[in-house]
Ligand binder design. Sequence first.
Ligand SMILES: [Zn+2]
Ligand SMILES: [Zn+2]
Ligand SMILES: [Zn+2]
Length: 279
Amino acid sequence: MPPCSYVNEQAKATFLGTGTSTGVPVIGCHCPVCTSTDPKNKRLRASLWIEWDGISLLIDAGPDLRQQALRAGIRRLDAVLYTHGHLDHVVGFDELRAFCWGNRPPLPLYANPSCMNTLQTMFAWAFSPSNTHGGYIKPDPRIVEDSFAIGSLRITPLPVLHAGVQTNGYRFDAEGMKSFAYIPDAKSLPAATIELLDGCEIVILDALREQPHPTHLCLEESLACLQQIGPRQAYLTHISHESEHHALQKRLPAHIYVAYDQLILSLTHWYENHSLRPT
Ligand SMILES: [Zn+2]
Ligand SMILES: [Zn+2]
Ligand SMILES: [Zn+2]
């Protein structure tokens, strides 16, 4: 089991969804994974919620956002960070309005130029000066081109190759926190990005399925990337209905885990919480 039994309420990352763009089960599919009753084989669209030092940060806002926010008990967001503009990562946009109600300031949305363009094209009304209705989302667009900070959290964009769409993973560092990276959609990681992952303790990486795929890392490719990076722990995500959770887990090295919906990672640093120190 991953070392998630002790969780500091103020320092955690919650997998809101670990599925590929269809989600699992897939509509109309009767395969063993889609018909499995095991919660670990039920995957909403890929998204991560980070809580650190009073910061509540959502990565990607896909079509399952409403259900994910209710299930995880998200009551407040300080920002949304987008990896790229594919629909399984952006079409929950309108659900973000609930985080803008009251006298809250506009919600910072961090995205690379291509993804911001997608958001502003798809949801032009929200970015328009005429968006003054109190019930609507009030976005505060912030283009990601280099490292930046949200509170004490330092965030480094990790450019990856994915389906010809400008796509970032992100690395997160903070004093006293396990450094971790989240890369849900990638076909390959450029050498410069591998370098940016140097010393990163936890890597969460795309591993769509066993068979090669034109736009996503398959299992073998994902494991090869992880071997190159050498994190202390890794979690596989953005998984299709072709992978059964337990069968996949059995095939992985001891420090690599199959992520599943609602899995919570403690971000408290290993050395500040010896009970979490892997043996
Ligand atoms: Zn995706
Ligand atoms: Zn299926
Ligand atoms: Zn994608």
